[in-house]
Design a protein around this ligand. Sequence first.
Ligand SMILES: CC(C)(COP(=O)(O)OP(=O)(O)OC[C@H]1O[C@@H](n2cnc3c(N)ncnc32)[C@H](O)[C@@H]1OP(=O)(O)O)[C@@H](O)C(=O)NCCC(=O)NCCS
Length: 175
Amino acid sequence: MTTTQPPPLPQQPDAPAPPALRAEPARLSDVPGIQRLIQYWADETGDVLPRSEGEIYGTLRDFMVVRDGDRLLAAGALHIEWKDLAEVKSMVVDPGQQGRGLGRIVVEALLEEARGLGLRTVFALTTTPAFFERLGFRQAAVSAFPRKVWNECFRCPKYTNCDEVALSIDLRPPA
Ligand SMILES: CC(C)(COP(=O)(O)OP(=O)(O)OC[C@H]1O[C@@H](n2cnc3c(N)ncnc32)[C@H](O)[C@@H]1OP(=O)(O)O)[C@@H](O)C(=O)NCCC(=O)NCCS
C-alpha cells in the first residue's frame, strides 16, 4: 500500500525573540512613571516613602529602571552615602508585574554599578527583608549605618516606631 505524504509545511521565518528585559539608567522621561509607582506603593502598603517629582529629578542619576517599550515596569535607586557605603532606595515594581524577577534585575544592576564605583557595602532598610535576602543581603543592625540614622531616620515620622529591617551586602571579593 502506498501512503501519501502530506505536503511539507511552508517554512516559517524565525519569529524574532522578545527582547530580554534589562535594567537601564533612568531618563528624564521616566520620572512621572517612577513617581507614580513609588506613590502607588507608598499609599497602598507604606513599604516605600513617597517621593516628589522634584526629589526624583534631583536624584535621577541614582535610578535604574526596567521598561517594556514606553511602559515603566520597575525602578530602584542606589544612593551613595559615603566613600564605602551606598543604600538601595525606592525599590518598586509595577503591581501587575511582581514575581517576574524584575526586582532582582534592578537590584543586581545597582549592585554591579556599586562594584564598578568601588563601593564596599550596600545596605537597604526595608519591610521586605526576604526579597533582599534572596539577593545575597544579610540582616544587620541599623546602628551600623549611623549616617543614615543621623541624616534621615531622625527626621522620619516613624523613627520611634520603625518597622523596617536593615540588611547589607559586602561587595568585596572573597579573600
Ligand atoms: C519587593 C519587590 C521590589 C520585589 O520585586 P519582584 O520583582 O516582585 O521580585 P522578584 O521576582 O525579582 O523576586 C526575587 C526573589 O525574591 C523573592 N521575593 C520577592 N518578593 C518577596 C517577598 N515579598 N517575600 C519573600 N520573597 C520575595 C522571590 O521569590 C525571588 O526569589 P528567587 O529568585 O529565589 O525565586 C516588589 O514586590 C515591590 O515593588 N513591592 C512593593 C514595594 C516594596 O515593598 N519595595 C521594597 C521596599 S524597599
